[in-house]
Design a protein. Structure first.
Length: 708
């Protein structure tokens, strides 16, 4: 099936082919993401209104909908401009009112003649003791009420688009939905008691009775699973396409790795040992490795990456580690150099700052193979960078790189293995959505030597108290980070700026400690780092802090990942209520890296909202990054958790990555089993799955099929 099945074509026609949808309506529907009839099928109603007739309004709770046959008793026009027009109605149990704003009296009297019976349907509310409908959804003559469906879908709307227009368009799209072959695995389909595809759409959009209403959740789950299954099959095909391409067997003799391990002052954790085994076995296989290494703050990903890179060097090849920022690339250089020096290996660092003869010398070492280990930023995939034999690509903090950048770097070698690292613990459902094409290694243990961090919430009103404690701590030789959310003061923001805070802290430290250390000490004891600084100034500030010349490093979130100064034992995060939970956890991970007891102060502007309080309390109560990630997903949703534009997350219409985590796991298991047993999707179920992929617009996945 190399082209879309004919029975799907009506769903992929122009949306203007639906009756009642012209060019103007089409533009409004496009705002809701509906550009063809198929899109309307996956635009679920916000709610279903119960339009069944009731004898009276009595007993109907506020906020619920009701449909009542009542007599029009009296019109009561507003007596002043802007006042509502009220219509008194009489049903079996007594009276209620209809309320209309900004409608012509003549129009209302024509629609609701006094003394006649009318069927009214809408949302019930109480105002000043009076029961009423404000702008009822329907006002009908009794003989026209039969046309009112017992249950009516209410869709999301947009300005200028009448709800009835959208409902008619969705109904027209539903009428086009064909019966399709079943693609869900029969055992799962039966166990979940799910409806068939077309029946599920009907239950979602057009339930006709109470039993149908009760089945809507099963219908939604089934349609959500369809989305997840199509996504996971596409990822499984991508994974198999990568693996099918001949990789290179990279198997070292372990000499370099054993020397590094022997020199370590501690033994690797069980999780590190397991991850290294998984990675090196992948590298030794004839297929390409495509693996994600996921670990909490301080779980020891760098050592695992180093051992993998050394396996490539032992085999006579090269390994490249790409970091998202120059600070992080230099941090890797500083942490790896002491471990590699006894081996006679010096890693080469390539960044955008390299120029002239120095850059040419580095490029020659990389091109000749003299440099087996290469570190850098996106400068690694510049056109003038050539590798002699690139065997392994390690990508740090994957979500900060685009897929295209990753592909550019892997193109520098002959189908090199790929290891992606992330220090952001990701809930399982999110990891499957973002990295489902990869095998997963998880570091779920902390190496010895990491000290617990005491986390406290403190109001910004106690700023002077915090500064006094900070002064006492730095006077004793301790080092601290002070994190601000902005670089410079802004007229339209009340968030403290890093540059302003650095000046204020320098002055406060001078006042407190000048008698002991001399005038101007506060300025010398503070350093500033943010993303807008020239690289040389950033390096100088970081070096001063690492050496202890500066005791307080005022920074933006540029220090969020990878910065490693074991002597730092205090971190203050200003406006902590404005940060995401995972980001706060990363920032807290900058301390607790040495022997000294460490503290994280989360400073907030009161009063805290419920969501902000929940975030900060969750962080205070646990250091487990995976628990924190689950809570962050619950509070903020998947797009915000990974960064909406950078996350690469698919946009699901019905599936919810938090609520449907178990469905996502089931979809991945089924997709991988299906592709393993029926890689070309040529059997009966395979043909049905191809229909699903066309329906879900996963055309790229179909092109990956050998016979596609």
């Amino acid at each position: 099936m190399s082209r879309r099945p004919d029975l799907l074509n009506p769903l992929f026609a122009a949306i203007t082919s639906l009756e009642g949808v012209g060019d103007k309506t089409a533009k409004l529907l496009a705002r809701l993401g509906a550009e063809k009839p198929r899109d309307l099928l996956f635009l679920p109603p916000l709610r279903i209104m119960d339009r069944r007739m009731r004898p009276s309004i009595a007993g109907v709770p506020d906020g619920e909908s009701a449909t009542i046959l009542a007599q029009v008793e009296q019109h009561r026009p507003g007596r002043r401009p802007g006042a509502p027009h009220r219509v008194a109605m009489l049903d079996e149990a007594g009276g209620f009112e209809l309320v209309f704003f900004r409608m012509r009296e003549a129009q209302l009297r024509e629609m609701l003649p006094e003394g006649e019976m009318r069927v009214v349907s809408g949302r019930v509310e109480t105002w000043e003791g009076r029961r009423q409908f404000t702008h009822p959804d329907h006002v009908l003559k009794p003989d026209a009420a039969e046309a009112l469906p017992p249950f009516e879908p209410v869709y999301p709307s947009t300005e200028g688009l009448a709800p009835k227009t959208l409902a008619r368009a969705a109904a027209a799209a539903l009428d086009r939905a064909p019966d399709l072959p079943e693609w869900i695995e029969p055992g799962l389909f039966a166990a979940r008691a799910w409806p068939a595809w077309r029946e599920a759409l009907t239950l979602l959009h057009r339930p006709q009775d109470e039993p149908a209403l009760a089945r809507r959740q099963a219908a939604r789950d089934r349609l959500a699973y369809d989305e997840l299954l199509a996504h996971q099959i596409a990822l499984a095909l991508a994974r198999e396409t990568t693996r099918r391409g001949a990789g290179r067997e990279t198997q070292g003799d372990r000499t370099l790795r054993q020397k590094v391990l022997a020199a370590l002052p501690y033994a690797p954790t069980g999780a590190q040992t397991r991850a290294v085994k998984e990675i090196t076995e992948d590298m030794a296989a004839p297929t390409r490795m495509n693996r994600l290494l996921q670990g909490d703050v301080g779980a020891g990903k760098t050592l695992v990456a180093l051992l993998a890179m050394l396996a490539a060097a032992e085999a006579g090849g090269q390994a490249a580690l790409m970091a998202p920022t120059e600070i992080l690339a230099r941090q890797h250089l500083e942490s790896l150099t002491p471990l590699l020096a006894p081996l006679g290996l010096a890693p080469v660092l390539l960044t955008g700052r390299d120029k002239g003869a120095a850059r040419r010398e580095k490029l020659e070492k990389v091109a000749s193979g003299e440099a087996p280990l290469v570190l850098g930023t996106h400068a690694l995939f510049s056109q003038d960078v050539d590798f002699a034999d690139l065997r392994l690509v390690v990508v740090d903090e994957q979500h900060r790189f685009g897929v295209r950048q990753r592909m550019d770097l892997t193109a520098k070698g002959r189908r090199p293995d790929v290891l992606v690292m992330t220090a952001t613990p990701i809930p399982r459902s999110l990891a499957l959505a973002s990295y489902g094409d990869m095998d997963l290694s998880v570091l779920d243990e902390k190496p010895p030597g990491r000290t617990p961090v005491t986390t406290a919430l403190i109001s910004a009103e106690r700023y002077d108290e915090v500064v006094a404690r900070l002064a006492a701590a730095v006077a004793e030789g301790r080092r601290a980070y002070w994190v601000c959310p902005m670089v410079e003061e802004s007229a339209d923001s009340d968030l403290t700026a890093a540059t302003e805070r650095r000046a204020a802290l320098a002055e406060a430290l001078d006042q407190a400690l000048a008698p002991r250390f001399g005038a101007g000490w506060g300025r010398r004891a503070t350093a500033l780092v943010h993303g807008q600084l020239p690289p040389a100034e950033k390096d100088a500030a970081m070096a001063a802090f690492a050496a202890g010349e500066a005791r307080v490093l005022v920074a933006t979130t540029v220090i969020e990942v990878g910065v490693n100064v074991p002597e730092a034992s205090i971190i203050v995060v200003e406006h902590a209520d404005r940060f995401g939970l995972a980001q706060l956890h990363q920032l807290r991970g900058r301390v607790g890296r040495g022997r000294e007891a460490s503290t994280c102060l989360l400073m907030y502007e009161g009063p805290l909202g419920d969501a902000a309080r929940a975030r900060l309390t969750a962080l205070r109560d646990t250091e487990d990054g995976f628990k924190i990630a689950e809570e962050d997903l619950r509070l903020r949703g998947p797009g915000d958790l990974l960064g909406a534009r950078q996350s690469g997350l698919p946009e699901f219409r019905l599936a919810d990555l938090e609520r449907d985590a178990s469905l996502m796991a089931a979809a991945q298991d089924d997709a991988r089993l299906l592709i393993a047993t029926e890689p070309d999707l040529q059997g009966k179920r395979g043909e049905a799955v191809r229909t699903l992929l066309w329906l879900m617009q996963a055309d790229e996945a179909i092109r990956m099929l050998k016979a596609g």
